[in-house]
Design a protein. Structure first.
Length: 504
């Protein structure tokens, strides 16, 4: 039986991307005065958005607040707030070491221009203790709604509150209907539902413990959680642990937050697609050929319709079709419709038979329903809950490839990639290093993720892309089109943990 979530304790961003709040800013901060910062946390707590609204339908109370605010801290931030050493040691090693740790950065593909030494924020010599995520607005993002967020940050992000603002990251107003990222592809489609809040009959459901600490995960185990000695000042505000009566659970109802600022070379990608499609004999002529090749790299057409369902032409945009598919079940076990190395297939292989789809001795046969179910269960052990937003103006309001190529705008644009997970190593880092970064993913030879990972030094420089079929086609020298400009691991605590932080 699925354990119900303690919604009043879980910060709202974990369970919602706040699509109804199109305006967003992220304020990165440093703690400069512990005592004042604790007082500020106490004052901030009533203004934070928690998840109790998930119990009601959209038009019934409790409603989202006009300004939805959430807060998360780095490991260094918890140190600055005076969290006990035994609690600090209970966080996961990646969180303790940081995203910028050299061996981790190498495995994640953060080299060259993406090296942490070049980051604008979150690098090894840059203090970073927390992030305030603030969302506002309704249908349209008008100036008053931006001012609303600005006034909130001016009130709270002050030295008088014991913190110093390091950077305020703006976003592009979210459009719930268009939902395009800067390359021009529909985004934000394949987010799983958590068992603790999924409605009966929902598809793509994963265990709540894959995202939120304190609940069973896909292994039917409770994730590791940092504990606090019960006699610590403020410890009584925390829930008890299952293991020991003399400790309290700091991590329950919290989640690890991955935050990466990713700039996108939109012109570089489309310039490559127009040139590379000329060498593919079956690519359509003109702009259609560039869009066809782009769909192969991404795994979806620009409107979000999946190649597995519509391999030869763009299908209708449908919320059900966009995400309701399996590769083996839909006669695409070997990548003849959606290439095995495409971006969406390698970041969520679904029922793709790993480690090598075309070797039944190692991977089983795609016709076997039990094999497909086992592979889907394996993929579900590495899922992420994405909450990202784009930044920078689009090169063209309609995201037309030719118009974007002909634009004279050279300003930076990209994605603030945010995702939640309960196990940084098994989820985010595994997906990034073992699936996206790996040129040998699923039996390929020199094919990293064509959007995230080309021309990275680890494990070796690779930049090919294979289109399975008869004959097999390959394109070479896919360019680096995404660079990391900043990044960090945060932990988003529960209401009880925030109360403890203000009192410990």
């Amino acid at each position: 039986m699925t354990e119900p979530l303690e919604l009043e304790e879980i910060q709202g961003l974990i369970l919602s991307g706040y699509g109804e709040r199109p305006v967003a800013r992220y304020a990165l901060f440093e703690i400069i005065d512990r005592a004042r910062a604790k007082l500020w946390l106490r004052e901030l707590l009533p203004e934070l958005q928690f998840s109790e609204y998930r119990r009601s339908r959209r038009n019934q109370p409790p409603f989202l607040k006009p300004v939805c605010v959430n807060i998360a801290f780095t490991h260094a931030g918890f140190v600055e707030l005076g969290v006990p050493a035994i609690t600090l040691a209970g966080f996961s090693p990646p969180f303790q070491e940081g995203m910028h740790e050299p061996s981790r950065a190498r495995r994640l593909g953060d080299d060259g221009e993406s090296s942490p030494l070049r980051w604008r924020w979150g690098g090894p010599a840059q203090p970073l203790h927390g992030v305030l995520a603030v969302f506002a607005g309704s249908e349209d993002a008008d100036p008053e709604e931006w001012d609303q967020i600005g006034r909130f940050l001016e009130k709270h992000c002050t030295t008088g509150n014991g913190i110093r603002t390091l950077e305020v990251l703006d976003t592009m107003p979210a459009n719930r209907l268009l939902r395009k990222e800067h390359f021009g592809f529909r985004d934000g489609i394949a987010n799983p539902r958590l068992s603790g809040v999924a409605r009966p009959g929902s598809s793509d459901v994963i265990a709540s413990g894959e995202v939120i600490l304190g609940y069973a995960n896909e292994y039917a185990k409770t994730p590791m959680s940092p504990h606090v000695p019960a006699d610590t000042p403020g410890g009584a505000t925390l829930p008890p642990t299952a293991e020991r009566a003399d400790f309290r659970d700091f991590g329950r109802n919290g989640s690890y937050l991955v935050f990466r600022q990713m700039s996108q070379d939109v012109k570089g990608l489309w310039r490559y697609l127009y040139a590379a499609k000329q060498k593919l004999i079956d690519a359509p002529a003109g702009a259609a050929g560039a869009e066809w090749l782009g769909a192969k790299l991404v795994g979806r057409w620009r409107n979000g319709s999946p190649l597995t369902r519509y391999p030869e032409h763009q299908g209708p945009q449908s919320a059900e079709d966009d995400n309701d598919f399996l590769y083996g079940k839909h006669d695409d076990a070997f990548g003849s419709r959606c290439p095995i190395g495409s971006h969406i297939r390698r970041t969520n292989p679904r029922d793709t038979a790993l480690p090598i789809p075309h070797d039944p001795e190692l991977s089983g046969t795609p016709e076997d329903a039990d094999t497909r179910a086992a592979r889907l269960a394996l993929s579900n052990k590495h899922r992420l809950m994405r909450r990202g937003r784009s930044y920078g103006e689009p090169l063209d309001p309609a995201y037309d490839p030719e118009a974007m190529l002909n634009s004279s705008d050279e300003s930076e644009r990209g994605l603030h990639f945010l995702c939640f997970n309960a196990n940084l190593g098994r989820q985010f880092e595994f997906v990034q290093s073992n699936w996206a970064q790996n040129p040998s993913f699923a039996g390929l030879s020199s094919d990293p993720d064509p959007l995230l990972s080309t021309h990275r030094r680890f494990p070796f420089d690779a930049s090919d892309f294979t289109i399975q079929g008869c004959p097999t086609r390959r394109v070479h020298d896919v360019p680096r089109v995404i660079e990391i400009r900043g990044g960090a691991y945060f932990f988003m605590p529960s209401r009880a943990a925030l109360r403890f932080l203000s009192e410990c």
